[in-house]
Structure formats: C-alpha cells, structure tokens
Design a protein around this ligand. Sequence first.
Ligand code: HAM
Length: 399
Amino acid sequence: MELLGTSAELLGAAGYEPIETPVFEDTELFARGVGETTDIVEKEMFTFEDLGGRSVTLRPEATAAVCRAYVEHGMHKLPQPVKLWSSGPFFRYEAPQAGRFRQFAQIDAEALGSDDPSLDAEMILLLAELLERAGARDVRLRISSLGTAATRRDYSQELGAYLRDHEGELSETVTARIDRNPLRAFDSDHPGTRRVMERAPRLLERLAPEDAEHLDAVRHMLDDAGQEHELDAGLVRGLDYYTRTVFEFTSDALGAQSGLGGGGRYDALVEQLGGPPTPAVGWAAGVERILLASDADVPERRPAAFVAVPKAEGARRAFGVARELRAAGLATQMEQAGRSVKGQLRHADRLGACVVVIVGEDELEVKDMRSGEQRPAADVAEVVRLASEASRATGGPAP
Ligand code: HAM
C-alpha cells in the first residue's frame, strides 16, 4: 500500500486537485491563521529571521497557507467549491515521543467556497476510506460542532466564568488560559480539571438552530453511508480557526499520540486572511501515525534482472544493457560495487532477481536464478525476451 498513491487516486476521483505550498511562510500568516493563543503558535513553531530581517516560520500545518494561496491567486473566481489536496513535511517544536515528531508528514485535503453539509460528510468519508485502505487498525471517529464564531465567543465567556468559580480545582496551565482560551480545558489530563469539565456547560447545547441543523445533516449523511461515529461534546481541536463541524479519527492501536487525522470547518479563516467571506472545510492526516497503526507491509521490490559485470572494462556495455532492460519495462539493477563474479551472483540472489545477465566482452549470457540454467543470448533483444519470460514464470515484478 502506497499512501501517497492511494491519496492521489481517492482524492482525485472526488475532484480534489493537487497543490503545493512553500515549506516556510511569513510568521504572521500562522500567527493570524492558526491563532495567537494556540499551543502551536505560542510554543511549537520553528521561527527564525531570514537574511533580509523578515520573520519566517517552518509550516506547522497546511490550512493557513492553502487559504493564503486561495486569496492570492483569486481562486474565489473559479467555480466553487475549490477542492485541493497536498502532502509534505510539517514542523512542530514538540517533545518527541512515540508517534510525535518535530518533523512529520501530513496528507491534507481542503474544500473552499461552500458551506454545504455534504462537503463535511464527503471530507469525513474520504479520510475514513483512506484510513481503511491504509489498513489502519481499531479506528474510531469522534465528531462535534463548535458553532459560529459568535456562539463560540459567548460560550467562551460562560465557560470562563464557570472555570473561575472552580479555579482551586484546576491545573495551573488551564488556570493561566482561562481568559485567552478556556475551551482547551477540555483537552487537559489533569484529574481535578477533568472532574470540573465533566460538569461544565456544553457548547453543543448552545448551538444556534441553523448550526445544530447543519451538524444533524452531516451526521445523517454519515449514518446513510454506514459510517459509525461518536458525538463528543468535549472535542475542541488544537487550532483556533474552527467553526461548526470538527472531527477526529483516532486508533486504539496507538499509545498516547492516538490522533490519526482530523479537521473541520473554518468558515471565517479566508476572510480573516484578507479574502472574501468563504466557508471551507478540510482535514489533515499524519502519515507516520497511519503507518504505525497499520500492519501494511513494505512492498517487496525484487528486480527482474541483475546485470553482472565480470570485468570492469565491460561496465559501459553492461550499463547499456541495463538501460535497454529498463526501457523494456523490466525492473533492473546492475553491479556497481566492484564485487567478484561469485559475490555478484550472491548479491543478485539476495535481491531476489529472476535472472542475472552476464555481460562479457563479446558474449551475453542469461542465468535463470530459479532453475540455475545459463544460456547464451545472441543480442540484447534476446536478453530482454529471456528476462521477461523468467520474470513472468516466477510471478516476479511485472514487465
Ligand atoms: P492537526 O490535528 O494539528 O490538524 O494535525 C493533523 C494530524 O497530523 C494529526 O492527527 C496527527 O496525525 C498529525 N500530527 C500532528 N502533529 C504531529 C507530530 N508532532 N508528529 C506526528 N504527527 C503529527 C491540522 O494540522 C489541521 N491543519 C487539519 C485541518 C485541515 N483542518 C482543516 N483543514
């Protein structure tokens, strides 16, 4: 299973086009996009000054940059929604542990320009399908809604007041964040805080009717698709831009870092970054964690042919033979480490090559590694034919 190839196929079929954004951007973009009070912006960014004195940051996530590109390239003039996907390295200054790295890879999908609940459901189902095809084990999906920015603001005040009333029972970190980001208290592992949060007012119960309907519509479509999910009122996510739907896929096969991927709506972000009002939804999945949670084998790459070079002077001719074998579509390797002939045959055997092509000064020979039979070949065309036959017979790499 090749995760990137699968993503390209799955997302391409649903109308998502590839996009590539730079590995670093103006620090300002992430500060404004991801949110000043998030852990990411407060303490996890690799930020430095370039030679021109500008503050730049290695990207900790993809969404802010995709919105920047949408605005900068006038994508709001295209037919909406604009569906994009990307993959690549991301950087967060976190304490490394199993499943948590300072450089990691994400597959990211974003759909901008529509608030249709079918887009939320489509996104969630695409990620579910990707995880399924990747063979991720024990996957669970949680979903919630954060309402509009206004609902969230009112609710933050209500929750802040509730937390102030219970200040003595909370962890120091949560107390320090009451005014700036009280919702993060739902993520705390601190036992006292957890007890307080069990009785805390719920944002889900404060949703405006149209936001509650939006969430219901998304959930009905998930139900229709047979996608199991759990409504989790405590799901808040670590980035500030979310509105309405939020979701997260976890794997019980992983330890503490169990998040395989997650995302949600960010209906205000494009406007906040200087574009027109543009509702949008997206997700990102962690490549390393998906691989950790799946038992997919690394695909075997056996060469069909190994080109042996008995004498160093024959290297140029051997190189030409290897080129022709590859041009004929056969996976081919050649001797490039100055081994003895015996060593070359042993190496070819270890690689699992179907045939070894021995390139002498004037003659060509093909050794079938399964039968051990060695036959002369009149020319390179015959070498290609013999190698193809042997490769097919062993079910080896397809020509
Ligand atoms: P996120 O939840 O911060 O969301 O990251 C998505 C996924 O990236 C996580 O579920 C996890 O698998 C992986 N990940 C995050 N940090 C690390 C790390 N330090 N080491 C290994 N894997 C990691 C976002 O990034 C949002 N931009 C998702 C999104 C897109 N929302 C809307 N559109």
